[in-house]
Design a protein around this ligand. Structure first.
Ligand SMILES: NC(=O)c1ccc[n+]([C@@H]2O[C@H](COP(=O)([O-])OP(=O)(O)OC[C@H]3O[C@@H](n4cnc5c(N)ncnc54)[C@H](OP(=O)(O)O)[C@@H]3O)[C@@H](O)[C@H]2O)c1
Length: 286
């Protein structure tokens, strides 16, 4: 049984990776700056490494005895004032340096679908710089390229609940978002497979309009959709670039670009969007 180190374990995807490894009784450790979050996931002290991935001095020895690293480290909603280069690139680079020093065999890294052709976006520039470092590191590796996450399509349900969903273009752009549990499963499977790149999305390929329709049905609201023309999206992008700080602009830049892109890819997993929205609704009444 291989010894695995999970970085990013306190996040949406990372916590599902930890849960998956626990359920399969695999031998693993998790690294976090906030170890209380890991205790809440049921990890025992032996499985926990406290470190700040952006500070390489705290990582010394973290990969000793480790055979596989799975990293889901990246900025999504964190407001630490750090850039994607600080976290998505440099923090993963710090971890990779430790992995090389300790003789880790394989490094599994979560980037983003089509990231290699989106390097004009801040987030993808940082992620793909790390991908290049990983490819030339001498370690066996796997780059996971997921489509959107279920944690992000929650917004469709929230808008439907409030009575109106706003979509870019004509709402026909397709995506197959993936549930954290399904993606965690795919990440762990990558340990045993030889693929260097895995593009993966959830089981359902749907248009934004179809996702909105499901959200209205679950929220039990009459469907009302406002379609935002593409020229407005482009103006929003320009304004954001002019008036937002670099750290605020990055997530907005990514969002406004991917909302206009087809993000459908290989289908995987069992979770449905309807079940996810239904679960959100059930949580409201608790
Ligand atoms: N959301 C999407 O639709 C999507 C799609 C494709 C790819 N991805 C990528 O998939 C990866 C995982 O996403 P996710 O939704 O699981 O992200 P998440 O919930 O925000 O988790 C990110 C992890 O990175 C850590 N992290 C972030 N900034 C840090 C910092 N300054 N110092 C130390 N640790 C830091 C977080 O630690 P703390 O808990 O301590 O903050 C957390 O463990 C990300 O790289 C994301 O870009 C996301």
């Amino acid at each position: 049984m291989q010894k695995i180190l999970v970085a990013g374990s306190t996040g949406y995807l990372g916590s599902y990776v930890v849960d998956h490894l626990k359920r399969r009784q695999m031998d693993f450790k998790a690294i976090a700056r906030n170890t209380e979050k890991l205790e809440k996931l049921g990890l025992v002290p032996d499985q926990i490494i406290k470190a700040q991935v952006t500070d390489s001095t705290t990582l010394v020895g973290c990969c000793d005895g480790i055979e596989v690293v799975i990293s889901t480290i990246g900025i999504t909603r964190q407001k630490d004032g750090l850039t994607y280069m600080d976290v998505d690139y440099q923090a993963n680079r710090n971890l990779l340096d430790e992995a090389i020093k300790s003789g880790v065999q394989k490094f599994i890294y979560v980037s983003v679908l089509h990231g290699e052709s989106l390097t004009h976006l801040q987030i993808c520039q940082a992620k793909e710089r790390f991908v290049q470092d990983l490819k030339t590191s001498g370690l066996d590796y796997c780059i996971i390229r997921p489509s959107g996450f279920f944690s992000d399509i929650r917004e469709f349900y929230e808008m439907a609940k409030s009575g109106r969903v706003y979509l870019f273009g004509d709402g026909q752009i397709k995506v197959n978002p993936i549930h954290g549990a399904d993606l965690a499963w795919r990440c762990v499977e990558a340990i045993f497979q030889s693929e260097k790149v895995i593009e993966v999305g959830g089981k359902e390929i749907l248009s934004h309009k179809a996702i909105a329709k499901i959200a209205f049905e679950v929220a039990n609201k009459k469907p009302k959709i406002t379609y935002i023309p593409d020229w407005i999206r482009k103006i929003l992008l320009r304004l954001a670039a002019l008036f937002m700080s670099k750290t605020q602009y990055g997530p907005t830049e990514f969002f406004l670009n991917v909302m206009a892109m087809d993000m459908a890819t290989n289908q995987f997993g069992s979770h449905t969007i309807r079940a996810f929205f239904t679960q959100l609704k059930a949580q409201e009444s608790r």
